[in-house]
Write a protein that binds this ligand. Structure first.
Ligand code: CDT
Length: 324
């Protein structure tokens, strides 16, 4: 039997700092209802979907930022999402800021089945930005202040989704740019990678000019290459638009194991993209060009795990003429 999963990416337009979770959750429930009408069995929401992208705001005392974190899922505020999932029999992926009972803080994503069970959790590993306030920056990006590096690795699980067994995994935003992260999932035969992002339209580091269209290109390039090289589907879902004067690009996509884009958002607002994902298409790449068991050469990949920064290569030396 062909394994076809209908997947929806639920892009969110901006969520302002002044807006509560009730606003975001209300919009997310409406998107889930529309996803149900379009036959989707899975809905993927963005990174930190319940609030504004708060790491742009500096708090000297991190406990003053506690209101941005979830201490439980579901909570009173997120319960309507769980109720809608049960009503529409839809699984969903939710990005949120997590504060654990022992006070640790993570940028987290959960994959939740229609009954409300958390099937898989992932905590973001590649945290971009910086820890301290940087006056030279146009906009702060304080993920390293507000979150610890994820401690769950890159888990993949085979889970039943609408009667289909699917190998699901997750990445979060900046992770999508790192081939190592994709390969960790690929080595576990992932078939569906769900990932949310909040990506500013401009390079806020101010170390050089980067054209707007290149920011989008790099996002797509990363997701499409990750899917192709690991023979999986990918759903990359943005929070988009102007949040408190700061612009995030949209361009959410769904990509197939050939690296093709099979759906793309066209607005910077709440928008649903939907695609039928034939999971059996993952087998071709996995059994031919990316047959890892046949072709990988880990004995030559020592630098990938043994080294963090790059090093200068040795200088080329002309051969010494033996005749002289
Ligand atoms: N949220 C997130 O990870 N955003 C980054 C941009 C960071 S710029 C310091 C991204 O890779 O899209």
């Amino acid at each position: 039997m062909t394994r076809i999963l209908t997947v929806a990416g639920a892009q969110l337009g901006p969520i302002q700092k002044s807006e509560g979770r009730d606003v975001a959750v209300g919009r997310m429930v409406r998107l889930m209802e529309r996803a149900h009408q379009r036959g989707a069995q899975v809905v993927v929401y963005p990174e930190l979907a319940l609030t504004t992208f708060f790491p742009r705001w500096y708090e000297e005392d991190i406990s003053n930022a506690d209101n941005w974190y979830e201490t439980a899922l579901p909570s009173n505020e997120t319960a309507p999402l769980f109720e809608a999932a049960r009503k529409y029999n839809i699984a969903f992926h939710l990005g949120y800021a997590e504060k654990t009972p022992d006070g640790r803080r993570f940028n987290t994503a959960a994959f939740v089945d229609p009954s409300g069970e958390i099937v898989l959790k992932y905590r973001k590993i590649h945290l971009p930005g910086h820890k301290e306030y940087e006056p030279r920056r146009q906009v702060q990006h304080l993920e390293k202040r507000y979150f610890e590096v994820g401690d769950l690795g890159f888990p993949v699980v085979r889970a039943p989704v609408a009667g289909v067994d699917v190998n699901v995994g997750m990445l979060i935003c900046n992770d999508r740019r790192w081939p190592e992260a994709w390969r960790e999932l690929g080595l576990q035969q992932v078939e569906l990678v769900m990932l949310g992002y909040n990506t500013p339209s401009i390079n806020q580091d101010r170390k050089g000019f980067e054209a707007h269209h290149l920011r989008v290109l790099h996002s797509h390039l990363s997701i499409q290459a990750g899917c192709y090289q690991n023979a999986c589907f990918g759903v990359g879902v943005a929070k988009a638009g102007v949040e408190d004067d700061h612009e995030l690009f949209g361009h959410s996509i769904i990509a197939n194991p050939q690296g093709e884009m099979i759906a793309q958002a066209t607005t910077w607002d709440d928008e649903l993209i939907v695609a039928d994902c034939n999971l059996d298409q993952c087998a071709l790449g996995r059994s031919t060009i990316f047959n890892f068991a046949a072709h990988r050469r880990p004995e030559h990949y020592g630098r990938i795990t043994g080294q963090v920064g790059s090093v200068e290569p040795p200088r080329w030396q002309p051969p010494v003429n033996a005749a002289e």
